[in-house]
Design a protein around this ligand. Structure first.
Ligand code: CA
Length: 518
């Protein structure tokens, strides 16, 4: 008893010391975030398509997580999960088009209450006005790649929209730098979220990279020509193939987005000749050749967008060095989900399959993370809120559903760390027609249940053995040799659904009216 009391007193003293210590001892948090950036386009994970030296620098000087899974692989919902540390069914933001209830508990509010200065710059995409931030300057909706209108608090505190001229990625980087240099209160620790629109569709490169990669051929992924014969119906019903579903604006064959006359001139000087060469040759090209051309155009534009983000990260890291902030600033790089760079023939995300389930996660924290460490534990965007709170020494509320990653940053995995992970996607009917599904994975096996398509119930199950079939081409659901695995995964799925308080799937979504536009 006495021993326990002593321990409690020691803990209290340490706690008040942490709070009372000058704010220099609490680390700053710089969260750099992108939209739709996959591990396949980040050279610290996969050097075959692009070099991202500045992202790689975070990995080299910090830690790379190989299994960061998202709970719901789609833009708005992922952001809501990060704000709240809760799954979509509890934070109320299930699909794009929902409006985030900003009155609920979020980690920026808790950090702010604990004395942190909080700011968000760039893509917000949650519909409502950001709450819990000392400063916000965010894109309106998705935001265009050029000349974005951005919303910030006006003199009376009400949101005002301001026009900007330039490439959106560079503008967001510059605004983040400006805030670090002159906007923040130097006496308090900060938490800055620098969130890019790139490399979201429709992949419009910045002026610097319009001709970059022109003379290079990007390798095709092994599953580019997947015929979906090894799985259930859902994959055949989707509308996200490079072959059939990219439009002329995606392929830069038409449209200039939000560009001004000078930007159009520069863009046309780069893309005009490339397009002309293709359009002239097209009449004599086979369908397969046109497909290959589409793949190259699509992937290169995506990589060009990533390159500008990487440049921006370099500028931020350089400033942290110059200003002396680097030593006491935790730098996190991540994206709202992964993405298909042609795997299974696709662009876009949404599926519980590996490429969109995984997202990049790099963390640098000098003196705390051993440089160049790789961590393979199952972590998630649902863990970010609790991680930031622990970094700041703020108690974690009991209703959050993730777990702080701070213990993992030392390189170890706590013995009771999660061994399995629950996923749930809701946006159907919706863009790209990916069926509603949920599932569980332990990193080796993955069990998925597709339960609704176009408002109609489905009960289609898939089971993958990632060790034997890393590309997830052949579901082994129902095969006798996997009976025990299947049963175990079924039980684990139910256990997680109960633990995470997932409601029964009574809402299957209203079917689209026939003939409605996709
Ligand atoms: Ca996204």
């Amino acid at each position: 008893m006495i021993k326990k009391m002593c321990l409690a007193i020691v803990a209290c003293v340490m706690w008040s010391a942490a709070l009372g210590a000058d704010d220099q001892s609490r680390p700053n948090i710089l969260f750099i975030f992108t939209d739709d950036h996959c591990q396949q386009a980040l050279s610290a994970y996969d050097p075959t398509r692009i070099t991202t030296p500045n992202m790689d620098r975070i990995a080299r000087e910090g830690m790379k997580f190989t299994r960061c899974y998202v709970t719901n692989s789609i833009c708005g919902p992922s952001r809501a999960v990060i704000q709240t540390g809760k799954y979509s069914h509890l934070n109320g933001f299930l699909r794009n088009g929902n409006v985030f209830n900003g009155d609920q508990q979020t980690f920026p509010k808790l950090l702010r209450a604990a004395g942190y200065q909080t700011a968000i710059i760039g893509k917000w995409h949650l519909g409502s006005t950001p709450q819990g931030y000392d400063y916000y300057d965010v894109l309106k909706g998705q935001g265009p790649y050029y000349n974005p209108p951005m919303i910030t608090a006006g003199p009376d505190g009400e949101p005002v929209t301001r026009p900007h001229t330039g490439y959106t990625t560079d503008i967001i980087t510059d605004k983040a730098l400006d805030w670090l240099k002159t906007g923040r209160d130097q006496e308090r620790p900060f938490m800055l979220m620098c969130q890019h629109k790139a490399p979201h569709r429709n992949w419009m490169p910045g002026p610097k990279y319009l001709n970059w990669l022109d003379d290079v051929e990007i390798p095709e992924p092994a599953t580019l020509r997947d015929d979906y014969s090894g799985r259930t119906r859902a994959a055949r019903e989707q509308q996200m193939t490079i072959r059939y579903h990219l439009n002329d604006r995606d392929l830069k064959l038409s449209g200039h987005g939000n560009m001004n006359a000078d930007q159009i001139k520069l863009f046309d000087a780069a893309y005009g000749p490339k397009n002309e060469a293709f359009l002239q040759a097209r009449a004599n090209m086979t369908e397969e050749e046109i497909f290959r051309w589409k793949y190259q155009r699509y992937v290169k534009d995506y990589l060009r967008c990533v390159k500008s983000v990487d440049d921006g990260i370099g500028a931020l890291l350089d400033y942290l060095d110059e200003s002396g902030l680097a030593d006491n600033t935790v730098v996190i790089y991540s994206s709202d989900q992964g993405w298909y760079l042609g795997e299974h023939g696709w662009f876009d995300k949404r599926w519980m399959y590996e490429e969109s389930l995984k997202t990049p996660l790099l963390v640098r924290w000098p003196g705390h993370i051993h440089p160049g460490t790789t961590h393979d534990a199952i972590v998630s965007n649902v863990d970010f809120a609790e991680t930031f709170l622990e970094l700041a020494g703020v108690p974690v509320p009991g209703d959050m559903q993730g777990r702080s990653l701070v213990p993992l940053l030392g390189g170890d995995t706590p013995p009771d760390w999660r061994k399995t992970f629950y996923y749930h996607y809701y946006e159907n009917p919706g863009a790209h027609n990916v069926a509603r599904h949920y599932g569980v994975t332990d990193g080796r096996y993955k069990l998925i249940r597709f339960y609704a398509l176009q408002g109609q119930p489905l009960d289609d199950w898939e089971l993958y053995d990632l060790q034997r079939d890393p590309n997830e081409l052949r579901s082994v659901y129902g095969q006798p040799e996997y009976a025990a695995v299947q049963q175990r995964m079924m039980q684990e799925l139910e256990r997680l659904r109960t633990e995470l308080q997932v409601p029964e799937d009574t809402d299957l979504g209203r079917p689209r009216r026939s003939g409605s536009r996709r």
